[in-house]
Design a protein around this ligand. Structure first.
Ligand code: PMV
Length: 349
């Protein structure tokens, strides 16, 4: 890979996140039809360096794992066109984008959330370097990340965040995510998320197509009410440390997301027989042991196993005994709540 001599560069790592209350359905330009609540992951992140090349004119080159990757060009191009007005350097420079992910594709971890948030953080940083003054605050950065991928709006924060207007949370907005406004109970600050890889195959229906199917969905209005109620219940449980309510909301949201897919027109399912087997195991185990373990699902067949830090040992032993057999090549990615994006000062390159 041959790189033009860079004038300015910025490197950020930014996490993926897992939504407990799911964003599903859009309005206007990349605004959510309902509020969502998520936490940023710790180990699953994208590291991106953006450098301004000396090449004349505008444009960009995208490298994934040090190889030029033309497959992502249309999405990045569209995104850069949308944010150009807020990040003027895009119109005046050729930019080189170098990205790496710490997790595999199609692993049930939203790479668009980490990739788009990392890219926006680099662009905001560079814009500040070029214009010599503080340019974008974190909410503006979140709003820009939203243009690339809705869920990316939430990845600019560590811990828990909320995206989508809900009158009970005065600072909440459809335009950007906000950091969770109250003190979170300690049990949820260190929550574990073990991702059980049931299938690593690329999903047949993309999330964008799924969002679009919500436009005329027969359950659309009911879904919006449900998500608002679940958001308020989740917020209360996160503050109080109420595990029972947390489990109720988490599973209701995960299964509702897939229920909405199954009842779309055309209908589809992304679940795999082993997803359902694991779900059954989780509920049996919880009933038998009383341990507070639950699951979430993203738009795919893989299971996010969620549990508090203090029961880690019992859970890992049970995973190995009962659950790993349902995972593709026995694959489990162990992650937990993370502290959010980080600027990398010393790059190797
Ligand atoms: O950000 P998008 O457009 O990839 O949509 C994400 C949708 C879900 O991952 C299913 C839910 C969410 O809120 O992250």
């Amino acid at each position: 890979m041959k790189e033009d001599k860079a004038t300015h560069s910025a490197t950020w790592k930014s996490p993926s996140n897992l939504a407990i209350v799911k964003y599903w359905g859009k309005k206007d330009f990349q605004e959510p039809v309902n509020p969502s609540v998520s936490f940023s992951l710790s180990r699953a992140y994208t590291k991106t360096t953006v450098s301004l090349a000396q090449k004349k004119g505008s444009g960009f080159t995208f490298y994934l794992d040090n190889r030029e990757e033309p497959g992502f060009r249309p999405r990045i191009q569209k995104f850069l066109d949308h944010v150009r007005a807020r990040v003027p350097l895009i119109g005046n420079h050729h930019i080189n984008i170098f990205s790496t992910n710490t997790f595999p594709h199609s692993s049930g971890i939203a790479s668009s959330a980490s990739a788009m948030s990392a890219l926006v953080l680099c662009l905001a940083d560079l814009q500040q370097q070029v214009s010599g003054r503080h340019h974008l605050n974190i909410r503006e950065v979140s709003a820009l990340a939203r243009m690339g991928s809705g869920s990316a709006a939430r990845s600019v924060y560590g811990g828990w965040s909320i995206w989508g207007r809900i009158p009970e949370i005065p600072e909440s907005s459809d335009h950007y995510a906000i950091h969770f406004p109250d003190e979170i109970h300690p049990v949820f600050k260190t929550l574990h998320d073990d991702i059980l890889i049931v299938s690593g195959q690329t999903k047949k229906v993309s999330s964008s197509a799924g969002h679009t199917l919500m436009n005329d969905h027969p359950y659309r209005e009911g879904r919006i009410i449900q998500a608002r109620e679940n958001t308020l219940k989740l917020i209360r449980s996160l503050k109080q440390g109420n595990m029972d309510d947390f489990i109720e909301v988490t599973e209701n949201e995960a299964l509702s997301l897939h229920g909405l897919m199954m009842s779309s027109m055309p209908s589809y399912t992304l679940l795999h027989p082993n997803s359902l087997r694991i779900i059954r195991e989780i509920s049996d185990f919880r009933e038998a042991t009383g341990l507070p373990v639950t699951f979430s699902l993203d738009a795919g067949p893989n299971i996010h196993l969620l549990y508090p830090h203090h029961i880690e040992e019992e859970i890992i032993a049970w995973e190995k005994r009962q659950l790993q057999t349902f995972c593709e090549d026995g694959c489990i990615i162990r992650d937990r709540v993370g502290s959010g994006p980080e600027k990398i000062i010393d790059t190797e390159g």
